[in-house]
Design a protein around this ligand. Structure first.
Ligand SMILES: [Zn+2]
Length: 383
């Protein structure tokens, strides 16, 4: 865990000479560890904010990845029902377009303190967190929430992965069609009935998505368990509280039961996916493979063990307009060379994703700057 100050209004705020490490703590950034680390520093940001130095007034802004930012303000994280640090919106409403749902009530540090007090008064049961807008802890910093920076890089990582997976999911049915076309006149001993291959493919895909999200949930539960473990150890050491206080042990039991259940689900899914994988013809996935080759040609590698995610530099590379053109052209070129009769479908995918990715690329370069955005830049996001 490392906390640093950077002077923002300089050309290179990330440069060594503009950066001061003010707290270093050799441990993971769980809630408990962070509370201990910040015990004597919680007021640092608060008292600096608005402080006068010569003719300058200091404004403290907070940056970090999203999980960290929500943790610093006592929220239960990105997976909670009220996941947003800046407002009280709930998960379901967030799916509606802004024009229909309108802007939601902004969060304030004071609100979080109050909701958390009510949460604790009602027994601090994690499963009831959403009733208190997911305010499961007191905020650790008193910097106004309007001065927390949205984590641009993490937004880009997440959105790009979503769009890329969406592109792949559009290519899979076309891949299956190609397989069927190519084998129409030359049925070999391995070729399977069309409907069966298609159905197997869809099931396989749905299973893969389910497994990825389950693994995600399990990692979060592990983190929470670790946190409660830390709290129990600390109360034993402090002797302020019985180590097996009803609240922590109820939470612990609840989380452990939830984890066991997820583990069982994961095992069932994993058995299912292995069976499905075996029943699929091995050569399907021409376009997906071609896209992989294109990525390799621009030196981008997906992280196989992290849900095939990308790293920041690679997202930056993929979002260069000329590389977006390359990736999207791969779909058309692959179908053109292997199965020209399906070229219309390839063009449809190309014409859907190229403009979408180019638009996102524009947003990415607009917000990936180390300075405040101008009003005209902000209004460009709505276009
Ligand atoms: Zn919000």
């Amino acid at each position: 865990m490392k906390f640093i100050f950077e002077v923002c209004n300089l050309e290179h705020p990330n440069a060594k000479e503009n950066t001061v490490v003010w707290l270093l703590f050799e441990a993971g950034d769980s809630h408990y560890n962070t509370t201990v680390a910040l015990e004597n520093y919680a007021q640092v940001g608060h008292s600096l904010n608005g402080h006068k130095w010569n003719k300058y007034t200091i404004e403290v802004v907070m940056c970090g990845d999203y999980e960290y930012e929500t943790k610093m303000y006592g929220l239960s994280g990105a997976a909670g029902k009220h996941f947003c640090l800046w407002c009280n919106i709930d998960k379901d409403l967030a799916k509606e377009p802004l024009s229909e749902r309108g802007k939601q009530c902004p969060r304030t540090v004071e609100d979080i303190i109050q909701f958390n007090n009510s949460f604790v008064a009602a027994g601090a049961r994690l499963k009831d967190a959403s009733k208190y807008f997911n305010c499961v802890h007191q905020p650790m910093l008193m910097i106004p929430i309007s001065q927390v920076c949205p984590p641009a890089l993490h937004l880009s990582l997440g959105i790009f992965l979503k769009l890329f997976n969406l592109l792949e999911s559009y290519c899979i049915p076309l891949d299956v069609q190609m397989y069927l076309q190519i084998h129409k006149n030359t049925p070999d001993s391995n070729s399977q009935p069309a409907t069966q291959v298609r159905a197997d493919f869809n099931t396989y895909l749905a299973l893969a998505v389910e497994i990825a999200s389950l693994k995600d949930t399990m990692a979060k539960i592990d983190e929470e368990l670790l946190d409660i473990d830390g709290q129990m150890i600390s109360s034993m050491l402090d002797d302020q509280q019985e180590s097996d206080s009803p609240q922590t042990s109820t939470d612990m039991n609840w989380l452990q039961a939830a984890k066991c259940e997820k583990q069982r689900e994961l095992q069932t899914l994993q058995t299912k996916i292995t069976t499905k994988q075996k029943s699929l013809p091995s050569e399907t996935g021409y376009i997906i493979q071609a896209i992989d080759m294109t990525l390799q040609s621009i030196n981008v590698k997906r992280q196989a063990y992290h849900g095939k995610s990308f790293i920041g530099n690679h997202v930056d590379t993929c979002l260069k307009p000329k590389n977006i053109n390359k990736i999207c052209a791969t779909v058309v070129n692959c179908v053109q060379s292997m199965c020209p009769s399906l070229i219309d479908m390839a063009h449809e995918i190309h014409d859907l994703f190229e403009p979408l990715l180019l638009k996102f690329s524009r947003c990415h370069s607009l917000y990936s700057v180390s300075r405040p955005l101008s009003p005209s830049e902000i209004s460009e996001f709505g276009k």
